[in-house]
Design a protein around this ligand. Structure first.
Ligand SMILES: Cc1cc2nc3c(=O)[nH]c(=O)nc-3n(C[C@H](O)[C@H](O)[C@H](O)COP(=O)(O)OP(=O)(O)OC[C@H]3O[C@@H](n4cnc5c(N)ncnc54)[C@H](O)[C@@H]3O)c2cc1C
Length: 312
């Protein structure tokens, strides 16, 4: 974009549109990042599990190796915005659970999308991954969403199931539950391709040492040792492994299941308008498997115990 806009114009656009600073950046590898963003304004009121908005101008550089983008002049000065779940720092420097409620930044856990799979190239992440600490960006002043711990009572079991960066909101919710002294089992499963795609692995291992009721279950689908017997989240349910980990049957009345990330893993059903019957997508997702076990989705008027957040 440098070819079309002068440095002075770019500087002016940044001043006009950006309201936050990237104060922390950890990259486990080139395509995965944990970002800490400090807004110029007070952190908006929010609940663990909710999402905010990040944005960057089309004038910002993109990292190389991504699907090509061809923008017309009308797009050059546009700011691209996307939704991002809030993650959360969990441990302090001494490896203990952070107790303070007040942070002056928000944490995000983001994967670089190099190819969108459609004609429309990914717009924001190729630019986010070109940022360096100290750079400015846009942060929405509103944090919102109904994917929260509101329905969870102190006696409830909580299971978090995620693909990739879908564990971002779960990290915040797990921190919150443990901090408020939640005693029943909490299980967090995260399915990724490689071990290196688990940016919070050490944090979860430490949490298991600190809290006997907490268990983290990483699933990797592409490590050499897994080839030939790839394990997906659905397999844990079908095989009964999830129940074995819990040490009891999956009980919809006392268990909340939170699903976040890839829509194929979640498998959100739709209702036939005429018959009211649920229709499930293919491949079989977790919602269908849980409904076969008596769970109901938390949607509309039905206050079930399956909660989900689709990333696309
Ligand atoms: C409520 C909500 C919360 C979200 N929170 C997060 C988050 O915490 N971390 C995060 O990395 N993403 C998150 N996303 C996805 C995010 O909004 C963007 O879609 C994503 O970062 C890609 O942006 P893009 O502009 O580069 O490409 P886009 O044009 O937005 O997306 C292009 C394609 O990339 C794929 N894609 C999108 N997100 C992902 C992903 N996370 N992993 C793998 N493939 C993906 C999809 O096939 C999508 O069609 C969230 C989405 C929603 C709706």
């Amino acid at each position: 974009m440098d070819d079309y806009l002068t440095p002075a114009q770019i500087q002016q656009l940044r001043q006009t549109y950006y309201n936050a600073t990237l104060i922390g950046l950890r990259k486990p590898h080139s395509d995965l990042a944990v970002l800490r963003v400090r807004p110029d304004f007070a952190i908006p009121a929010h609940k663990p599990g909710q999402y905010g908005t990040l944005g960057l101008g089309n004038w910002e550089p993109r990292v190389p190796g991504c699907q090509e983008e061809h923008l017309g002049p009308a797009d050059w000065t546009r700011v691209v915005k996307r939704a991002y779940s809030l993650s959360h720092p969990v441990l302090d420097d001494k490896g203990q659970l952070i107790l303070s409620e007040t942070l002056d930044y928000l944490e995000f856990y983001i994967v670089l999308v190099r190819e969108s799979g459609t004609e429309k190239p990914p717009a924001l992440t190729p630019r986010l991954f070109a940022l360096r600490e100290g750079d400015r960006l846009y942060l929405g002043e509103k944090i919102t969403g109904s994917y929260t711990l509101d329905p969870v009572q102190p006696e409830h079991t909580v299971i978090f199931l995620a693909t990739g960066t879908g564990e971002a909101p779960h990290n915040y919710m797990i921190w919150h539950l443990l901090r408020r002294g939640h005693r029943p089992p909490i299980i967090s499963v995260c399915c990724v391709r490689y071990w290196r795609d688990l940016a919070y692995l050490d944090v979860h291992r430490r949490l298991m040492e600190l809290f006997p009721n907490y268990r983290y279950v990483p699933l990797t689908t592409r490590e050499p040792e897994n080839l030939g017997r790839k394990l997906y989240i659905q397999d844990l349910i079908v095989s009964g492994e999830l129940e074995r980990m819990l040490g009891k049957p999956l009980d919809p009345t006392s268990t909340h299941v939170y699903l976040c990330g890839n829509p194929n893993m979640i498998g959100v059903p739709t209702r036939d308008v005429k018959t009211g019957q649920w229709q499930f997508p293919q491949p079989t997702g977790v919602v269908e498997l849980l409904m076969q076990r008596g769970f109901q989705p938390d949607e509309g008027k039905s206050k079930g115990t399956i909660h989900y957040e689709k990333y696309w």
